[in-house]
Design a binder for this molecule. Structure first.
Ligand code: HEM
Length: 491
């Protein structure tokens, strides 16, 4: 086994060990158990080396619901629509995400004091009020649009001929800079992007309890925490974060009320900030990759954008940027975003059962969940095997067009369920902000640039994309660098 694999397996074991010390109570026999020869460790090594593929294999062998033993804990995995919906829509408050969020604060933010309750009960409602409705987003949208346009048009002016840019960093730096400024004000140190990227890309290593693993990531995390601490010190004046959005100030007032140490305060902000950026950046990366790797799809999306700008906004990008999100009306682009999310958000965070309950997973079948069990949802598997089998592995740009049959050959008009932003009480609190940002960024790029997807040798990338990084947790990460070949678009 390669060193990296050993480190990764250790990291995964570490996560499981540190996060979930309690054992589930007793087994029941309603659903199959994945066999294992290793006591206690169970299937942690296979799971740790490529969780997505391993769970798909288990699903093919054991069906849509199965028990899996990993590092001393029993996991119940659901891979079909009914099991996932029944868990997400649970109204009996049988499940909590508290443990995994507390672990995230610890690993990602380096927060020493217990800030889980602060995060769940005080900060999520603030984020939800600000970003989970179209009206909430309307207050931040104009300054986000202006900042993105100014960043991208200055890049456009500096391009002569064509230029290859690293796709992930192109997307990452622009979103990091624009969103941080809009939410935290122009005093926020956006030159911290490379540390942010290191943390996001390797955060699984931050969770390892083994000394000396992930030292570079921990250093990047600690530098980020210090930069945020400095920012707070400079910006906190007259009970406000100077220049920041009302939402950021309200959030910081709640954090301050908890009397945490300055570095824990900064760690909580870092964790929220990661939530603000990580899925948006990774989704945007894949949106460009999937759409550009299929020229007919790209031409259709571009035509929709061009004709919308022409007919609704007099061909003026500034009119588009100053209009409300609700008036954008880009159904094909929205379908492309949803289809991208079907591939990106493969797994939802764990649920821990805080009491015994039962989950139905179709055809009269039920699974008994015991207090202390961990439930893992795998929508990535469910939406690929949905009804008709494996052909749903292909990206289909118009799959989620409302009320229309999809036209791409092979898609057969199948619309699998959509869980890109989760569902039920724990549904994403930043959904409208995320959708707004993804749309505006893509439209502005299409307006300003001619774009082509190329690999590290400069050859065009068409057709299936390289596989995702097996170390990904949550959202899929790329396994190989891809580049955008950009030139000014003649208008
Ligand atoms: C494309 C971007 C995004 C995607 C795909 C996404 C996806 C998700 C998903 C799937 C969940 C549910 C996880 C679960 O069931 O346990 C979630 C939860 C959450 N998201 Fe997002 N998210 C995105 C952007 C954002 C943004 C910009 C914010 C703003 C800070 C945000 C804040 C949250 C919060 C606070 C929760 C936890 C909700 C709770 O547990 O009550 N998300 N997100």
């Amino acid at each position: 086994m390669e060193t990296l694999d050993i480190i990764l397996c250790s990291a995964i074991l570490g996560i499981l060990l540190v996060a979930f010390r309690k054992r589930g109570q007793s087994d029941d026999d309603t659903i199959p158990t994945v066999s294992s020869f290793l006591p206690w460790i169970g299937r942690a090594i296979e799971y740790g080396s490529n969780s997505f593929e391993y769970l798909l294999k288990c699903e093919a062998q054991y069906g849509p619901a199965f028990k899996l033993h990993l590092a001393g804990r029993k996991f119940i995995v659901f891979c079909n629509e009914e099991g996932i919906n029944d868990t997400l829509k649970d109204t009996s408050r049988a499940f909590t995400t508290y443990t995994s969020h507390r672990q995230l604060l610890d690993a990602l933010g380096g927060v020493k004091q217990d800030a889980g309750v602060l995060m769940h009960d005080r900060l999520f409602p603030v984020i939800s009020r600000a970003f989970s409705t179209a009206d909430g987003v309307a207050s931040l949208a104009p300054s986000f649009n202006k900042t993105i346009y100014s960043l991208l048009s200055s890049l456009e002016q500096n391009i002569s001929g064509s230029s290859d840019v690293h796709l992930l960093h192109f997307v990452g730096e622009n979103f990091y800079s624009a969103t941080s400024k809009v939410v935290f004000g122009s005093g926020f140190p956006t030159d911290t992007y490379s540390d942010y990227y290191t943390v996001d890309n390797h955060f699984v290593l931050l969770m390892s309890p083994i000394p000396f693993t992930g030292r570079a990531v921990k250093r990047a995390r600690d530098r980020l925490v210090r930069a945020i601490e400095d920012y707070i010190q400079r910006s906190w004046k007259n009970s406000r974060l100077e220049g920041a959005s009302a939402m950021a100030t309200e959030m910081y007032q709640k954090i301050r009320g908890r009397r945490l140490s300055p570095s824990d305060e900064a760690g909580v902000i870092l964790t929220v900030m990661w939530g603000l950026h990580s899925n948006v950046i990774n989704t945007s990366y894949w949106l460009f990759a999937y759409v550009l790797a299929d020229t007919p799809s790209f031409l259709r999306v571009r035509e929709e954008i061009d004709s919308t700008l022409r007919t609704r906004f007099n061909g003026d990008i500034n009119e588009f940027l100053s209009s409300s999100s609700a008036s954008h009306n880009l159904p094909l682009l929205d379908s492309a975003i949803k289809e991208t999310l079907r591939f990106v958000i493969l797994m939802h965070s764990l649920r821990e059962a805080q009491k015994d309950t039962t989950i139905s997973f179709g055809e009269g079948q039920t699974a008994v969940i015991r207090e202390g069990d961990l439930v893992l949802l795998y929508p990535g598997a469910a939406s690929r095997t949905f009804r008709s089998g494996r052909e749903l592995d292909r990206f289909c740009v118009d799959r989620y067009l409302p009320n229309e049959k999809t036209s791409n050959e092979g898609s057969s008009g199948i619309q699998p369920p959509f869980w890109g932003f989760g569902s039920g009480t724990r549904m994403c609190k930043g959904k409208y902000l995320a959708l707004h940002e993804l749309r505006v960024f893509f439209v502005t790029c299409v307006y300003l640039f001619d774009m082509k997807l190329v690999d590290e040798n400069g050859s065009a990338v068409q057709g299936p994309l390289p596989p995702t990084d097996p170390r990904s947790l949550g959202a899929a990460r790329p396994s190989k660098s891809m580049f955008l070949r950009m030139s000014r678009r003649l208008k």
